[in-house]
Ligand binder design. Structure first.
Ligand SMILES: Cc1cc2nc3c(=O)[nH]c(=O)nc-3n(C[C@H](O)[C@H](O)[C@H](O)COP(=O)(O)O)c2cc1C
Length: 170
């Protein structure tokens, strides 16, 4: 494979730029349709919790990815190189309920430790859910943030252990 395993502390990437500017792809396997589904995500974070390296993902309940995450604990979070950014036009707006996003984007599936990911990625995080819960209106200390939820579609937050990171070789 053209990837090296990297320890989280050796990762030489600005996580703020990566998440906010390059965006993530949450990749889940869809057993029912026998294909991988990818969803663009740009809200989340990575850090330390319970002495583990973790990522935090925020997924609205209407996403197909939400259905898939309720059924599978291990999945991947991928970061595409700039030349594949256009794939987010599909992955960030169309639902895997209706579209085979792998075909629609021309990306390719890859297997990392039994978890599906995107072969063209520059970074692949193999993650495992540790905790999930739904945000609630009463939890907001800053009322103006509720503008993000006109339909009361509060995100589910998933706290996932980062089991492994694979970085594309130069
Ligand atoms: C730049 C960008 C960032 C996004 N970030 C998130 C996010 O963090 N959480 C979320 O629930 N949806 C987010 N979305 C919306 C989903 O990617 C979009 O609704 C997608 O079509 C859902 O796909 P799915 O139904 O196959 O899961 C984002 C979309 C874009 C374009």
């Amino acid at each position: 494979m053209d990837f090296n395993a990297v320890h989280p502390k050796e990762l030489d990437t600005n996580l703020f730029r990566m998440i906010d500017d390059e965006w993530l792809l949450i990749c889940c396997y869809d057993e029912e349709n026998g294909r991988e589904n990818m969803m663009t995500a740009s809200w989340g974070g990575m850090g330390i919790l319970w002495n583990k390296e973790v990522c935090f993902l925020f997924v609205r309940p209407q996403r197909y990815t939400h259905d898939l995450l309720e059924k599978q604990d291990r999945f991947s979070v991928c970061v595409l190189p700039e030349e594949y950014k256009s794939a987010h036009k599909v992955c960030g707006s169309q639902s895997g309920r209706c579209v085979d996003k792998m075909t629609a984007t021309g990306l390719h599936e890859a297997d990392f430790d039994g978890v599906k990911a995107v072969a063209e990625s520059k970074l692949v995080f193999i993650v495992k859910q540790l905790y999930r819960d739904d945000l609630i209106q009463n939890g907001f200390r800053e009322e103006s943030l509720l503008k993000h939820y006109p339909a009361d579609d509060f995100h589910t937050v998933y706290v996932c252990e980062i089991e492994k990171i694979f970085q594309k070789k130069d």
